[in-house]
Design a binder for this molecule. Sequence first.
Ligand SMILES: Nc1ncnc2c1ncn2[C@@H]1O[C@H](COP(=O)(O)OP(=O)(O)OP(=O)(O)O)[C@@H](O)[C@H]1O
Length: 281
Amino acid sequence: MTIPVSHTPASHTPALALRDITCRFPSPDGQGTYTAVADTTLVVEAGEFVSVVGPTGCGKSTLLNVAAGLLAPSSGTVEVFGQPMAFDGSVNRRAGYMFQTDALMPWRNAIGNVVAGLEFRGVARAEAVERGQEWLRRVGLSGFGDRYPHQLSGGMRKRLALAQTLILDPDILLMDEPFSALDVQTRQLMENELLALWAANRKSVLFITHDLEEAIALSDRVVALSAGPGTHPIGDFVIDLPRPRDVSEIRMDPGFLAFHKDIWNVMREEVLKAYARQRAA
Ligand SMILES: Nc1ncnc2c1ncn2[C@@H]1O[C@H](COP(=O)(O)OP(=O)(O)OP(=O)(O)O)[C@@H](O)[C@H]1O
């Protein structure tokens, strides 16, 4: 007998759905509360690459932390593939993370870093190493397995961190300005590598960046946020530029320039507001 698992086709269930999220923090003077994010709904469909852009300090990382299960919103709900997130101290187990600063362990060599997550999950050493070598190959680091993080360049460390995240085969990738510390050329190489890996095995991606060009070059959709307080989406743009994309070539595409103009028109005032507030603080 065949038991139906679900009546809802998987493609109709978003990978990630943040609904009516508000996040308040104690205000810096300790006298009241600061509403960083207000009534924000953000949905990432299965297999979709969504970038969130917004002025500095607007609440991008706050939203990512909510999606990761690391921060309980003051109000609102989060669903991961249709399952409500409990915010009971457990993180979003369907997600892998990549932050601005990588999470490499300096005392482990490259292969040791790549397999760490598998080992924590109880995968036998031999199998973990075999899969780790395969991932080092995929990110162009075969032959570097015995190097320690300090012996690798910034770009190599990023590729290692990417392998460390992807080896666990997360359904959702949460990325917070992962390439912002890299020089422009290395950054574009990494962005292309990320797109190639994503195209090979469509994960759902929520990518935070303050760089509008990076957002347009990578994404299926770009969500622009207002300045804080009370940050909320002010624009949602479907980026229907052709794929596969080369991030440096796509920047010359007239369609790219049109998206840049449209989104920047929406963001300009918010960026100026955030800048003025930071100067006044
Ligand atoms: N744990 C916290 N306690 C108090 N205030 C916080 C906390 N986390 C974030 N904030 C405030 O919420 C606002 C949004 O911060 P967040 O880091 O999410 O912004 P961001 O858009 O990621 O910034 P950036 O572009 O500079 O990385 C800021 O004003 C920040 O000071």
